[in-house]
Design a protein. Structure first.
Ligand SMILES: Cc1ncc(COP(=O)(O)O)c(C=O)c1O
Ligand SMILES: Cc1ncc(COP(=O)(O)O)c(C=O)c1O
Lengths: 450, 515, 515, 450
């Protein structure tokens, strides 16, 4: 049996005798007899490390959609971006991996400084002055942003663009059951949010928060200015769900006038990993810093006046504020934040720009190639950056199934109300896709829909 | 060009090769990546794609194009590596030494689980790939769910919540959905005054009002006061058992009966599950909803603050309300086929995808490595270690509740206040100098000068002894002249005591906010 | 059981969770693994094989069976991890900071090469597997050989030697085989007095007698004295160019002519190849035999003292004598097929298998990442960095040979001797306190109080400046009161100056030899 | 182009001007014009990290004999043993990987202590009091041992058992050309060395060194006592080439009376890696410590009396002793020594015994299975431990080729004078081989020779 317990039987015996106990069972005498489990757990006995590894290796073999076997054209919030050896090596250092929340800053400057650098980078990406130390994922960041927006605006009505990832909207709905927020989904027209007229609305109908994607779920670039305009006229808080990978080429949400920016940070060095752990990004304007959810690292000095870092504005947090806290988040995704800091350090000023540009180039090339196929038509015409949707003559599920046999993960079938009766496929093309991969994909695609 | 001009030219940029911030060599501050940045440097490289080099103008409409560059650090790969390697040397971790941080279960994280999480067949899978292409992952998740249900004594579980707090909110939303389904609207959730801060915070997010019940002199829920607050408006109660004092709530059956009596549900905060693995199960205690912290009980590394995973298991009657879609073994003969199923009355999603999948994989690997027999052994030794420390330090430190504890023990440093005003904080800082991470301090709130010590089962008797001796030395010091200087601790660390007040007063949340 | 008995029971064993030996927390010594050992503990686990559990008696005849157990450390995985993690924190490395260790070319080791060396398709291949099953490896080795020949200007190479010194011996045996083939027996090999110690040691192992030629005032081989020792008994000469003073032997063509004149061969010690990549090639200088240190020039990590790789390239006439078997592209049409070929007059094997294969793979990855253009740039910047340091420190330190240097420069600390007797050793130790690894000291032997500085191309101008400023501070200190205390350095390190004399006097080569 | 050079063009320019130079070319003016390379190197331009990785991944695909695809039954000095995650993680720490020889002990206690622990373990394994910090590989350790033996005995004649790995013997011969040692190969009789009579030999014929394997190349257990006896009578130095993996179950060479023990340490945590880097083990009796080749770490104290480690007896080494050095080795295989220290720490007292036992069990099971096959006969009858040879009705090369198609690396074809006209296959069975793997192997084997 594999075990990670150091104690030998003699040691256990001598510790028990120190406690005046005759057996380990006596340690649990406080547990009412009637409640105790009268049998062993019905789980297999412990296995050695090699056996365990072998089992999981086999599980992996049963996943056909691994990106070392199927060339990945799927996106929808999870992308197959380059992860250099240096990011894996540094973010994998055991000091980062096996430590916890920096409660003792004197021995946690490593994580604290890395997070401080992460916050700085996310602040620059979003164009807003403050970013937190991470949230669970994009969806949970959106939920927190809506909570902040409602508290800040004092209004429960939330206008959520249909261009927001459907899973995010589902999670918003789940959480609204608790908070009582009123969510209104605002439909898209040709890939962009068709915001309703706000003037003249009264009472409950006046939105307190607007949530828009940039680019949105269909990959389209939204007119964030229009949303900003509504917020100016209604006093609503503008939350932009931005794809951070585009930050090197697109105007920053801050520049567009966002009050809060959220995003999915998986694109910065975190593996696809079947959806997690990922990285919830959260940045906001100075005005909202005391409503910021999650941890925040700040710079200060130590007793000798040396520069030092520490988690700060703790008075917002649940362990101090309890039921009045801005959020309940405690454990977050710090390791992914450190990973993103390394990855963004690796990218740097020129790399982040190059990354966005390369995604856009590959996407255009791929989109043109697919639209050249008989029966494949644009899903919408709004401008896209690194992801796009097409209408397919056969169900998207069938396209995906057929292309898997050709060595491609074709994309994501549009559902959740997008497909409007029609067949829609969402295709993402990252900087990792080569011309020959895309040509091969288009050829297989043509066969699949012929 | 003279040396001084030379200096001009480069002085803006810090020296990436200077290592005085590595404690091996010195105690300097490590420059930020931005100070190591020099215009024009780079580390990145991408695949050669052979794609046309379409200009940005043809790709992004003018109004969407960013005007200037997005400034990030510009460093060489060499400086990038040196920077983060030095930072890692400024960071304590489980791999360096004992980390008896109460309530956090900082046990050893087996390396084999890192290997599991790095397998290309698991790490390289897109979460939106259809079930037929991800059978391995679905099988893994179903196996984990089944194991967790067996361990907790529940009927089914969702693996979506990304951490304990997310699990709590999930549980409260399940509570709400359940009561709605019963056509009853309730407003209150009861929590003990010893509860972890995430509990009340989650209650609020669940749309409930917190009702706090005091602990009695045994450190357990005061039955009398509980009965006074129990009524038809109570949606449920949140408990952790053993509670945050490390004490087992012996009246749990009685509590369960009373709460169920008024139609309320019992929520189990599983942060302390390590204490009872294979010994007693929340389901058998009468709990309806249970969250687990896989990053505690099941040894997935804490990552400097995350990621974690907070699956929620429920009793039969709550299964239809679980978040969805759920990974499921589909009926049918022959080798099992897996797919996604949405419970008919699901409260909806609690994660963008399927939860922190790679953390879930690590936890299953850990469960398989230990096995049913090994898991119980974990609880036994974790409790043995905690009681040994408690016993050993009784008399040296105040023991607010003088009863056998479970996997952790809460002591108090209030007896050290005289003559030199030594506080729990000083003990925590001074202990760093002895080569151990500090216990959790000032929690639970109901204990004055609390020192919450959780050794976990992976620390040896020798480590326990050394920890006890260190705490004894510190207590002895407190009454001597040395006690007066304890506020100086820690001394050998790369930074000394950090000015938290200043950080909050003049907030510097980014490098750009520096004066 | 009383606390004290308790202590008895465990005190023999050190506390694996105590981290005061990690410089982050303290300055204690780290216990050895044997002191952390406790009877009955274990970390190992093997595959479940399902094989019959035959007793040892049926497997090993009595006379061969060991009587007692073989005692090793018995530790938990947790303690094993903590021990070696703490040891790593007590170790300086390139990844922590600049390492200007002259002659060793401690440049940054790209992480991508680690990934290459870890590929299952390379790391998991048995060396005795026949050629048809190892075509990838053979192709890799052939490609590397070709690249190294292009870089050195030679005809063919063997990849077998495991390090530079092994390459030297290989070269000398090639020399011997060549002369034998010419029917001439020669006894002497010439080396300059500035040569690295491995050169004379290898000459002896090659069965030759060392003849040393002095360096002239320029720091180069003294032509006059060379001519006096050149005769028909000279098998060859070993040179490194640039030489160990970091100076280019400008008379190399003349030297080559003179040596060839008497029928001798020229051996090139490639330790300093980094200086001339793409600029000038040993083959074009007239060398017949060239060894390379892949762990220097081609950035394969030094591993705390190894592994390295020391391929030897030769000119056309020596190809038939190369060690074998050699990986070769077999004639034939279509996609290339690779196999093993033994040169007809091969001197034989110089490695159990094919050389340090995974080191060779790393080097090829590095060559491909840099490319022909990148390799020349490496030489340019390595030389630029060294000259900048040299120029900057001229006047602060003695410059024994006042000429432009190549990739490294040799300074002397003799000017610091007065008034406080500061020596090169003190400078080296004091520099550690400034956050830099020390240069090579007291080598080459012909320079008194030598400080041999090789910055390499991967250190930035900012790092160079900081290094120069540190050395300037130290020089300034030497003449002040601080100079008197410099023998105290290093101060912040986990151990202070180490008593080497005592180590040799009372040898303790193992834990078991401790008094 | 991938580059690891930080310098920007402006920086290069300003450094050049500081040196009073107009171009980088001027840095090389000391190099005679005529000698300079007048063209660029004829190598491809630099490639980015992802391209480089992709190329090597493809090279790996062209290696059919990878142990994740073919179940490994090959040995002959390179074995497919378990390498736990913990060994990879710890030995892979960049402090161990990217440091060099501990010339500055104050900042190299990590490597020094790890090597000190390694030396202690190897000393215990070999049964001799001193072990060095590693040599290149088993063969080079044997060469150094013979050099030591000749120097110690003052006699050039070396008796080398034919049971020593043929490649080692080839390297001994290669090096003897330089040292002038006279090597005599002593044949085997049924798997064990048939030592000639030593009494009565005179002058040059009297051996100064005996070199024997334990177990030997054919996997057989030799009567080391017989060799010891010859040494006692002739004053020769006894060098035993021991398989360290067997140390947990076999009498130690020291107990057998070895003066020097050498071995191949790859078995302790180092990957097959197509033959390198491996680990040369070297241990000797106290009497020979001043003739020890390579580095030696010793314990001492620092200026404050704290325990410390340092390389010692340096006066033997080439950088000080030059042509009179005991050896020319400088760079060795320290990282593999650290790896072995971790692996042996992981194995511990019970693990090293279990490892040997499991190898022996699996070997017996496999040998019995093969010998049950028609036409497959024992090669020799001497007792074996973890490796054995069989005679095959078809050439061993053919067996290997056929079994590769069935998913097995069958073993190593015996040549170099072993096969004595017949077909011989050398088979190794490690603790990693399961019953089903061995059964499958035997079945495929039967088909292959049918
Ligand atoms: C008792 C208790 N409950 C809940 C939590 C919250 O868990 P998490 O940090 O995973 O959100 C914690 C962990 O900090 C805890 O200790
Ligand atoms: C000039 C010179 N020659 C030869 C060598 C020997 O190389 P290695 O250490 O790889 O055996 C070295 C390295 O130390 C060296 O600097």
């Amino acid at each position: 049996m594999g075990t990670y317990i150091p104690h030998t039987d003699d040691e256990v015996a001598s510790m028990l005798s120190f406690l005046g106990l005759a057996s380990v069972d006596e340690l649990f005498e406080v547990v009412p007899e009637a409640l105790r489990l009268q049998r062993g757990l019905e789980l297999a006995d412990g296995a050695g490390e090699p056996d365990v590894l072998a089992r999981f290796d086999e599980l992996g073999e049963n996943n056909r959609a691994r990106n070392d076997r199927l060339v990945c054209f799927a996106g929808g919030g999870a992308y197959d971006h380059e992860i250099p050896s240096v990011t894996k090596a540094l973010a994998g250092r055991s000091e980062f991996v096996t430590s916890y929340t920096p409660y003792q800053p004197e021995v946690a400057q490593g994580v604290l400084q890395a997070v401080f650098e992460f916050q700085t980078m996310i602040s620059r990406l979003s164009g807003l002055p403050v970013a937190n130390a991470s949230l669970y994922d994009g969806a949970s960041a959106a939920v927190e942003a809506v909570n902040l927006g409602v508290a800040a605006s004092g209004r429960q009505r939330v206008w959520v663009s249909a261009g927001i990832h459907p899973h995010w909207r589902q999670m918003l709905a789940t959480c609204a059951a608790g908070t009582g927020h009123q969510l209104s989904t605002i439909d898209l027209a040709d890939g962009q949010t068709a915001w309703p007229e706000v003037d003249g609305l009264t009472g409950d109908d006046v939105p307190g928060v607007l949530l828009v994607g940039y680019p949105n779920y269909l990959g389209c670039l939204e007119d964030v200015g229009a949303a900003r305009d509504i917020c100016d006229r209604s006093g609503a808080i503008l939350v932009v769900a931005a794809d951070p990978v585009a930050a090197g080429v697109l105007r920053s949400p801050g520049e567009w006038g966002a009050d809060v920016v959220v995003g999915e940070g998986q694109v910065f060095g975190t593996t696809l990993g079947f959806g997690g752990p990922y990285l919830g990004l959260f940045a906001c304007a100075q005005a909202h810093v005391r409503r910021l959810p999650g941890r925040l690292v700040g710079e200060t000095v130590d007793a000798d006046g040396r520069r030092a870092y520490v988690t700060t504005l703790r008075a917002r947090e649940q362990d101090i504020r309890r039921e009045k806290a801005t959020s309940n988040v405690c454990t977050n995704q710090t390791l992914m934040a450190v990973t993103a800091a390394v990855q963004l350090g690796w990218l740097g000023t020129s790399g982040i720009a190059e990354l966005g540009l390369r995604c856009a180039r590959a996407t255009k090339y791929c989109r043109d190639a697919l639209l050249a196929i008989d029966g494949v038509t644009p899903y919408v015409t709004a401008p896209v950056l690194r992801e796009f949707a097409v209408r397919t003559p056969v169900p998207a599920e069938v396209v995906i199934e057929r292309l898997a046999d050709e060595g491609f993960l074709a994309g994501i079938a549009l559902d959740d109300g997008y497909a409007d009766g029609d067949h829609g496929l969402l295709v993402a093309v990252t900087e990792r896709r080569t011309r020959s991969e895309i040509d091969g994909y288009a050829a297989a695609f043509a066969k699949a829909v012929a | 060009m003279s040396p001084s001009d030379q200096k001009e030219a480069v002085v803006q940029t810090a020296a990436g090769g200077k290592a005085t911030s590595a404690p091996l060599l010195g105690r300097d501050a490590e420059p930020t990546l931005f100070e190591l940045s020099h215009p024009g440097r780079r580390a990145w490289s991408f695949r050669t794609t052979g794609l046309p080099e379409t200009p940005i103008e043809e790709l992004v409409p003018a109004e969407h194009r960013r005007s200037g560059q997005l400034p990030l650090a510009e460093v060489s790969e060499r400086d990038l590596v040196a920077h983060f390697t030095r930072l890692s040397h400024r960071q304590f971790s489980v791999d360096l030494g004992a980390y008896p941080l109460g309530s956090c279960t900082m046990k050893y994280n087996p390396k084999v689980c890192d290997a599991v999480a790095a397998l290309p067949g698991l790490a390289g899978v897109h979460p939106a790939a259809p079930a037929p292409l991800t059978q391995g992952w679905l099988a893994l998740l179903v196996e984990l769910e089944e194991a967790l249900c067996e361990i907790t004594g529940m009927a089914a579980a969702t693996l979506q919540p990304a951490a304990g707090a997310a699990g709590e909110l999930t549980g409260l939303l399940l509570m709400r959905a359940w009561h709605d389904a019963q056509g009853s609207t309730r407003h209150k959730v009861i929590i003990p005054d010893s509860a972890h801060g995430t509990n009340p915070a989650s209650v609020t997010l669940g749309g409930y009002e917190v009702v706090t019940v005091p602990s009695d002199e045994r450190g357990c829920v005061d039955m009398a006061s509980l009965r006074t607050v129990l009524d038809e408006d109570v949606a449920g109660i949140m408990l952790t058992n053993p509670n945050t004092l490390g004490l087992f709530e012996e009246d749990i059956a009685e509590i369960a009966a009373a709460v169920h009596e008024v139609g309320g549900l019992l929520y189990y905060d599983g942060a302390n599950l390590n204490a009872i693995l294979g010994v007693v199960r929340p389901g058998d205690m009468g709990f309806d909803i249970v969250h687990m912290n896989l990053h505690k009980t099941f040894a997935t590394p804490h990552g400097g603050g995350g990621p974690g995973a907070g699956p929620v298991a429920v009793s039969e009657r709550l299964v239809p309300f679980l978040p969805g879609p759920r990974p499921s073994r589909l009926e049918g003969s022959g080798s099992p086929v897996y797919g996604w199923v949405v419970p008919e009355r699901s409260i909806g999603r609690m994660h963008t995808w399927h939860g922190n999948a790679l953390v879930l994989a690590r936890a299953l690997a850990y469960i398989q490595a230990n096995g049913g027999n090994g898991l119980r052994r974990i609880a036994e030794i974790a409790v043995l270690n905690a009681n040994w420390i408690r016993q050993r330090l009784t008399g040296t430190y105040d023991v607010p509740f003088d009863r056998p504890c479970m996997h952790e023990t809460v002591l108090s440093a209030r007896n050290l206040k005289q003559p030199h005003g030594v506080r729990a904080l000083d003990v925590a800082k001074r202990l760093l100098e002895e080569g151990f991470h500090s216990p959790t301090v000032y929690f639970p709130l109901i204990v004055d000068e609390a020192l919450m010590i959780e050794p976990t089962e992976t620390e040896s008797p020798q480590t326990l002894l050394a920890l006890a001796e260190a705490l004894e030395r510190i207590a002895a010091e407190a009454s001597t002249e040395a006690g007066a200087t304890m506020s100086q601790a820690p001394r050998p660390t790369p930074v000394r005591r950090v000015d938290e007040a200043r950080a909050a007063r003049t907030l510097i949340p980014t490098f750009d906010a520096r004066p």
